[in-house]
Design a protein around this ligand. Structure first.
Ligand SMILES: *Cc1c(COP(=O)(O)O)cnc(C)c1O
Length: 460
């Protein structure tokens, strides 16, 4: 039995290492169809089991052809991090350790590693020390958690306990959010009882930044308590909302400012970029991802709440059979779930490996590469860079929408890079996200050569 387990783990390691090695050469987009995957993975419910080793081999054989190489250096289609090697290694161990991260008693090491990495994260991002921190699946749940805390606090201030008395019959709150906010924030709001039609969308400028005059106008419509949701890093342009101006509008109002900074908040880790987010530390809550710029393997997100009591009130899971030690961290008190894996181990290992300097260098490198690509492409007649490239995002227009559509198709057909398409302000665009750990100058120069060659062929 013992020997079999060693063989199984050794084989899993070998298969994983093989995949990791070939991910640099493999075309990023899988060519396999859904039907093919259904036939390789499918079949009737197994009646008699296989050996563990055979089941593992069968999984790899059936699933691997359907994997997108999203952790490689040629995947730039979405804002997806590259799974840092030490994060993957620590994540393997997290599975082996099998800790349930619900509370301190269940895993002292998981609880303390969250405490420690929470402090490191606040330090790296220059967020207020008094913030409480939760470790979520991603930014969607980080936004959800922060907005639940905001809902609790804003209603608490007007004498309503939403945890006990719910939303039905509760005083109204106003929700104001930039028109170009990420779609998942609207999902989080609707889960919290703030339907899409009840949310005031504040108009934005050409980069997707909230317009301060429009926010001012909306705020002045009433004195009702408000939750304002701003953004650090628009998903297409990378633009930052004007936090300082937003905060000065909120100064004498009963309002909570939340910032969705799924990737853009990480600009705070770089002294050279920090000024883009001037004032952001004055907000009440922030959401960001680990699995984007920090390169934590899926999944990892972080929520920071200045008002720790509201955070706990909104999330705590009391039960008579669960131990409570008030001054010791029970990780479940800061996120919606009770049982979950311990995400902080991988985060801890990555921060320990890269350090403040390594993290900052990586982010700066990605931003330089984005500028380099934009600079190369903008030399060519007919290719237009449609955003101010100040972070890691580049959106590109080619002639008209039809030509742009053809470019996106040709690039997908060649399958040397995985890129995305989108519509930005009524125009079809090619979307490029430079955020994966492994992307370097050679990849960017190769990409720009491909794009220019294909455009010349199409435009001829
Ligand atoms: C990716 C992203 C989200 C959603 O994050 P998940 O980690 O996918 O849950 C929210 N907001 C912004 C700006 C994003 O880029």
């Amino acid at each position: 039995m013992k020997q079999e387990r060693t063989d199984l783990f050794r084989r899993a390691f070998e298969l994983g290492a093989n995949y990791d090695k070939q991910k640099f050469d493999r075309p990023p987009r899988t060519g396999v169809s859904r039907d093919e995957l259904l036939s390789s993975l499918g079949g009737p419910t197994p009646e008699n089991g296989l050996s563990e080793l055979d089941a593992l081999e069968a999984l790899v054989k059936a699933a691997e052809p359907g994997l997108q190489v999203s952790t490689g250096a040629r995947f730039m289609g979405w804002v997806v991090g590259g799974s840092h090697p030490v994060g993957m290694a620590a994540d393997w161990l997290t599975s082996v350790w099998g800790q349930n991260c619900a509370n301190y008693e269940c895993s002292p090491a998981a609880s303390v590693s969250e405490d420690v990495t929470a402090d490191w994260l606040k330090d790296l991002l220059s967020l207020p020390e008094e913030c409480s921190v939760g470790f979520t699946t991603g930014a969607t749940m980080a936004n959800f958690t922060a907005l639940a805390a905001a809902r609790s606090e804003m209603l608490h201030r007007i004498g309503w306990n939403v945890e006990l008395d719910g939303l039905q019959g509760a005083p109204r709150l106003r929700i104001l959010i930039g028109d170009e906010a990420h779609t998942t924030v609207f999902t989080a709001l609707s889960l919290l009882g703030f339907g899409r039609n009840q949310v005031k969308r504040v108009s934005t400028d050409d980069q997707g930044r909230m317009r301060v005059d429009a926010l001012k106008e909306s705020l002045e419509e009433s004195d009702t308590a408000a939750i304002v949701i701003a953004q650090a890093g628009q998903i297409n342009t990378g633009a930052m909302d004007p936090f300082k101006a937003i905060l000065s509008l909120l100064k004498d109002r009963n309002a909570w400012l939340h910032v969705d900074g799924a990737f853009g908040l990480w600009a705070l880790a770089c002294p050279q970029l920090r000024s883009q987010l001037d004032g952001v530390d004055g907000a009440d809550s922030w959401a960001t991802d680990g699995h984007k710029w920090l390169q934590v393997p899926y999944d990892a997100g972080f929520v920071f709440v200045r008002h720790a009591e509201a955070h706990r009130r909104a999330m705590a899971t009391p039960a008579s059979y669960l131990p409570v030690q008030s001054d010791i961290r029970d990780p479940s008190h800061y996120v919606p779930e009770l049982s979950r894996r311990s995400r902080a181990f991988a985060v801890w290992a990555i921060i320990k490996t890269l350090g403040r300097e390594g993290i900052s260098e990586m982010i700066i490198r990605h931003c330089h590469l984005a500028k380099r690509l934009a600079q190369q492409l903008s030399q060519v007649p007919g290719i237009e860079i449609l955003n101010q490239v100040s972070l890691n995002q580049v959106i590109v227009g080619f002639g008209d929408d039809e030509q742009c559509g053809k470019m996106i198709e040709s690039l997908a057909r060649e399958n040397r890079y995985l890129l995305g398409g989108a519509t930005w302000h009524d125009r079809k665009v090619l979307r490029i996200s430079i955020i994966s750990w492994f992307i370097d100058e050679a990849e960017i120069d190769g990409l720009s050569e491909d794009i220019i060659r294909l455009w010349r062929e199409l435009d001829a």
